[in-house]
Design a binder for this molecule. Sequence first.
Ligand code: ATP
Ligand code: MG
Length: 430
Amino acid sequence: MPETSIAEIFRKKPISQEVHIRGWVYRRRKSGKILFLLIRECGAVLQCTFEEKIIGRTNFEKATKVTIESSVEIIGTIREEPRSPGGLELSGKSLKIIGLAEVFPITRDQSIAFLLDNRHLWLRSRKLTYIMQIRAAVFDAAREWFKLNGFIDVQCPMFITAAVEGGATLFKMKYFDTEVFLTQSSQFYLETLIFSLGNVYTIAPSFRAEKSRTVRHLTEFWMLEAEMPFCDLNRDIEIQEQLVSHICQTVARTKAEELEFLGRDPKELLIKPPFERISYSEAIDQLVKMDLKIEWGEDLGADEERALTKDRKSPLFIYNYPREAKAFYHKPDPSNPKVVNCADCLAPEGHGEIIGGGQRIHDKDELLQRIKDANLNPKDYEWYIDLRRFGTVPHAGFGLGMERLIKWICKLDNIRDTIPYPRTIRRVYP
Ligand code: ATP
Ligand code: MG
């Protein structure tokens, strides 16, 4: 008899049929001569009962030895049972213990630190299982959108020598007899590839030595980046809102049950372009009216972004940030060179920034000047400047933090649980 997955049993409801399942013991209870087991497999849970009068005394005694998180193989018949989760129950004929588990360390009410030390086991929890399944759906939907829209998937190096986002958060490492950095962004490499491939994207790790502990920063996270030739800020924003809407709508459709378990109503993710756009200056006016202490010229932080988005249902773009608040490669707005043609996309409900994007400087002399103004050495950026020497074109792109997007989609307070093994200033174990 072939094995059936528990998810398939709930899909097909094979009432009165014999099935063969495999999984892990999630809950266990013995009541007289009946053993109740909840068996877990890939987020789905099926109640199984074993009765002494059906399987015999010896088998029943063996079965009762099974412990939480033991791996098992079970054969039995499916019946309807309104009192069990999902309305189905398996009446057991045989139970084989594959791996008898020792006392499982994770029980109720454990501290976050303990759970993080035991992350390799905690990942079996229903909450983390669902988040990781949603995470996979988010990655799939993103790639699907790019494929449908003719973007080419490329891969860029992780060992780099030219910083994209500035020195403060660079991880330095020994590389034979020299020193290199771990990448903070693949943007500059993507820019090199638009000349031969047109619209390109990558989904890759980004490493940043974030020294403060916040609910939205990891030291290792996954960034989706895209770069488009002959593209201005307006088109750049249109691409981002279509991509984000496609991801949210797909996940709402395919992962409704998992989202509901996490407290997210899937209907809240049925967002559509266009998203509202306000300028940085308008954002500052709104913040000042809300009594937040911020002046024109300062970058928006978590508090400001929360204030601007907490009552919103759909993302918000903030465009034209002051030149000083952004990295050197951003293109100044020709009609007001104090600001750059960039935009950040902020997720609603207080989540804040999920995307940073904008138009890049494509003129060689302008770029050289900005590199010098930023006290950087043009020598380190020789190949990047070359792109402005050989057939330069106006171009734009963006970087979307996958974990930030998943945090919003899953309605989580902390970015930690959006990735199997979160890396922060204090944690690289397990
Ligand atoms: P923030 O101001 O929140 O630190 P940033 O301006 O440094 O963000 P960018 O350099 O524009 O961010 O990076 C693009 C995107 O990558 C951000 O919009 C965000 O979604 C994500 N991101 C940036 N830093 C982190 C981090 N440390 N952990 C997780 N995601 C991040
Ligand atoms: Mg940052």
